[in-house]
Design a protein around this ligand. Structure first.
Ligand SMILES: [Zn+2]
Length: 493
């Protein structure tokens, strides 16, 4: 195999759900993550890369692939309310919720609408840009995958039968596309039977990547998603190293599928990345779970099965530790009024809503109000300027000489602000403090484990290991990764 110089190395991004810095370092010092260590020793380690808000995988993947926040890519979160279609979109938070929303509709949102309708037309994914360069890319098991080739997803017969979905769905994907049992490359990869989650697990992802390597068919850019860490950390808490140990075994298999590990790191750029962090959740169920139906029991809340009726006042779209709360008629029920009601619950961290260009933020715990909007005399760590009034403490802003440094909410102003432009509707955004999780009708819960979705650094900071290139992104945020990755791919062959 010829040696590749720095300008024609292939780029391989391994996205590990819920990979976090502290347990990764613990696993390394215990000798349980020697392949991670090998890549670190031959590259660089960045412990704090900022995930977009809400810290939910579909939004994170969308920002990674498009280089913009949800104000432009328009995938607001896992769960949100579609005002024009008067219905809650849920890409799969819990099977109970999907049943209530209608299985066919939910499957169609997950398998088709997410990539082909909701992800904005006006932005380009890395896959789309790579094909404009006449280069090739691969997407393996990622939730977001839009590319320039037409592919058909083969819907498993049992799912088609249960949901009434067509057996084949045409989508726009990258040149090389693997999506569980619905589209796979390696004909011998049998890791997708229905008792193994249709192939949406780490072993399947690793197998598909190894197949590309062994067939000598690795394209210029590959994005490979490893989902298993999410469930493991949700269940075992933020110190969990089980998922990291298993991921290390998969990493070893992947590197060992090259003639040697040295070949693997000499000929390729490796980027190993978490997608979101997770905050611990209290052990006591009553303490841990903030039930929004109780907090908002003065109002009539839309029931999932009935959908929106004329009597309803409020819609809840709960994303674990964050929620969108919609007023269906702000002339009858203003956002400020709902915000004041929510403020009585001290476990709520941030309560934010937009009035014109300005975002207002109050808290269930802290006194005062913060009001901010873009463009002003204050400058943050990323060069964004802001007009700010009121209590800086609410968003833990440290300001000296008009320079903003973020504390508990990394890139907090930009990440929160853009979320108010991710979709239509009149809504409040709330998050809970570490230790707590929000629930509505049918929400998943992770009592005594961990959860995510919020703006807090516990949910937001992830590690990144980079091997095979000296350059670094402009800032250590997901929104800055696309430009950096494209700078590698734009090099002449
Ligand atoms: Zn999760």
């Amino acid at each position: 195999m010829a040696t590749r110089n720095e300008t024609n190395k292939r780029v391989i991004v391994l996205l590990l759900d819920s990979l976090m810095t502290a347990p990764l370092q613990k696993a390394i010092s215990n000798g349980q993550a020697m392949t991670f260590k090998f890549l670190m020793d031959h590259g660089r380690f960045y412990p704090e890369v900022i995930s977009p808000f809400p810290t939910m995988s579909v939004n994170v993947d969308s920002t990674l692939l498009t280089g913009v926040y949800s104000d432009q890519h328009k995938v607001p979160a896992l769960v949100w309310y579609h005002q024009a279609e008067k219905r809650i979109i849920n890409y799969g938070s819990h099977i109970r919720e999907l049943f209530k929303l209608g299985l066919y509709q939910s499957m169609h949102d997950i398998l088709y609408n997410l990539n082909n309708v909701h992800l904005a037309d006006g932005v380009k994914t890395i896959h789309e840009e790579v094909s404009l360069l006449d280069k090739r890319s691969a997407s393996i098991n990622t939730l977001m995958y839009r590319g320039s080739a037409t592919r058909s997803l083969k819907v498993p017969r049992i799912i088609a039968w249960l949901t009434g979905s067509p057996k084949t769905i045409h989508v726009n994907s990258p040149y090389i596309f693997s999506y569980g049992a619905l589209s796979k490359m390696d004909p011998s990869n049998r890791l997708h039977y229905f008792w193994r989650k249709y192939g949406f697990h780490d072993a399947f992802s690793a197998r598909e990547l190894i197949y590309l390597i062994q067939e000598n068919n690795l394209p210029d850019f590959s994005l490979v998603y490893f989902p298993d860490g999410d469930k493991s950390v949700h269940k075992n808490g933020p110190d969990d190293v089980n998922a990291i140990k298993k991921a290390d075994d998969h990493l070893a298999e992947i590197l060992n599928s090259f003639p040697s590990r040295e070949d693997a790191i000499r000929d390729n750029i490796w980027i190993i990345l978490g997608d979101n962090g997770q905050a611990y959740i209290e052990q006591d169920r009553n303490e841990a779970l903030v039930d929004l139906r109780n907090v908002l029991d003065d109002y009539r809340i839309v029931k999932l099965r009935q959908g929106v009726t004329a009597d309803d006042e409020i819609v809840l779209a709960v994303n674990e530790r964050m929620a969108f709360i919609y007023s269906l008629d702000i002339n009858q029920l203003s956002l400020g009024q709902v915000a004041k009601t929510i403020q009585k619950e001290s476990r709520i961290d941030l309560i934010a809503w937009r009035e014109g260009e300005k975002v207002h933020v109050i808290s269930g715990e802290k006194e005062g109000e913060l009001i901010f909007q873009p463009e002003g005399e204050y400058r943050d760590e990323y060069g964004q300027t802001w007009n700010i009034e009121g209590s800086h403490d609410i968003l833990d802003l440290n300001i000296t000489d008009k320079q903003i440094r973020f504390g508990n909410f990394p890139d907090g102003l930009g990440r929160l602000y853009t979320s108010f432009y991710s979709h239509e509707g009149e809504y409040i955004i709330i998050t809970v403090k570490p230790g707590y999780e929000l629930i509505g009708e049918g929400s998943p819960t992770h009592v005594g484990g961990a959860s995510h979705g919020a703006l807090h650094k516990d949910d937001s900071l992830v590690p990144m290991i980079v091997t095979g290139i000296e350059s670094a992104p402009k800032h250590f945020r997901f929104i800055d990764l696309k430009e950096w990755i494209m700078s590698m791919l734009k090099q002449e062959k």
